[in-house]
Write a protein that binds this ligand. Structure first.
Ligand SMILES: Nc1nc2c(ncn2[C@@H]2O[C@H](COP(=O)(O)OP(=O)(O)OP(=O)(O)O)[C@@H](O)[C@H]2O)c(=O)[nH]1
Ligand SMILES: [Mg+2]
Length: 319
């Protein structure tokens, strides 16, 4: 009904390269944790026992109480109204609207006052710098010129880590020394990007400072840099969240959103966790666009978030 594509991942041999690995394989832990053993191909009705089991699993996968209740209620109503429908399809249809409303891809506008600034924020270790590397490559592939700003001046190896991604993608990285003012680095990079007519400047930021309050203060300061440089500068605050941290990710999203306003989310490490259900909580509670998902450490492992594809990858009928 929503154009869900058929996936036959169960029959495929273990693929080797990122391009050939289906999303369903990458989401295996979340998928089996959520729905494994529940929906066989010949199942025609969702009975009460299945509903109870499903409810437990949705909660365990960090889908959140609110979304879980909604799903269970809707599913009960659906199965009453249309008992001959395929339960798997019913569940897909119930889950789809929640994710669809946050399916809003990152589109870089064609603007005269370049660069478009992407400020990448998030707590330490969530995958900011890696996401920047992947995103830079993706934007280059789309024909955009890209520059990076090494705004994480706090962690010792952060600048070098970004420079490695810069070399890999052959793009300039504007950096100063460890410990220098992060806002000044980003301001410098904005000047350089404008002088060189660069389409997109992606700025890395620190995930850890002396304490959480300092981090938020620093984020607010950095956030003002863009408008200080140019009051009409167009930008995106991109929050990176580690799916494996479950409900903590939701909490971080709320904090960053209150503090500086978040335009888009990248949910990383969905390949290594059973807590991928957090995507539903995020969508339901915050309604912030989910731009990308991270499903691995390689450069091609950043995928635009697509609700139907995501649900399709999670709900695969078993023999
Ligand atoms: N499996 C997997 N690993 C990822 C993904 N994204 C990032 N990582 C890994 O997570 C680790 C931390 O990534 P970084 O990019 O350094 O995280 P960060 O947010 O910049 O960390 P700080 O600079 O310390 O704040 C690295 O080992 C990455 O390779 C992903 O989607 N899947
Ligand atoms: Mg980093």
């Amino acid at each position: 009904m929503f154009g869900f594509k058929k996936k036959n991942d169960a029959k495929n041999p273990e693929p080797s390269s990122a391009a050939t690995v289906t999303l369903s394989e990458r989401l295996k832990r979340t998928r089996t944790g959520l729905f494994g053993g529940l929906f066989s191909r010949n199942k025609t009705v969702i009975d009460n026992a299945t509903l109870e089991e499903l409810e437990d699993r949705l909660l365990l996968a960090d889908i959140g109480i609110k979304t879980t209740d909604q799903v269970i209620q809707l599913l009960k109503a659906e199965s009453k109204n249309n008992s001959s429908a395929n339960p798997l399809e019913q569940l897909k249809q119930v889950l789809h609207p929640t994710l669809k409303k946050v399916e809003k891809p990152l589109i870089i506008p064609d603007i005269p006052n370049k660069p478009y600034l992407i400020l990448v924020v998030g707590v330490n270790g969530v995958g900011k710098t890696t996401t920047i590397g992947k995103l830079a490559k993706r934007l280059q592939t789309e024909g955009k010129s890209v520059m990076l700003a090494a705004g994480d001046t706090f962690r010792a190896a952060a600048i070098e880590q970004l420079q490695v991604w810069g070399e890999r993608n052959r793009i300039k990285v504007v950096a100063q020394t460890h410990g220098s003012d992060s806002g000044a680095v980003i301001f410098d990079a904005l000047k350089s990007a404008r002088a060189n007519n660069i389409d997109v400047l992606i700025a890395d930021t620190a995930g850890r400072l002396h304490n959480k309050e300092r981090l938020m203060e620093e984020m607010k300061k950095i956030h003002r840099i863009g408008t200080k440089f140019d009051a009409d500068l167009q930008s995106e605050v991109l929050l990176v969240l580690d799916a494996g941290t479950g409900q903590n990710a939701l909490l971080q999203a709320k904090q960053f959103n209150e503090m500086i306003g978040v335009d888009g989310i990248v949910l990383t490490k969905l390949d290594g966790t059973a807590k991928g259900g957090i995507v539903f909580s995020l969508a339901d509670e915050l309604n912030i666009p989910i731009r990308f998902i991270g499903v691995g450490e390689q450069v091609d492992d950043l995928r635009p978030f697509n609700a139907a594809e995501f649900i399709d990858a999670l709900l695969v009928a078993e023999e």
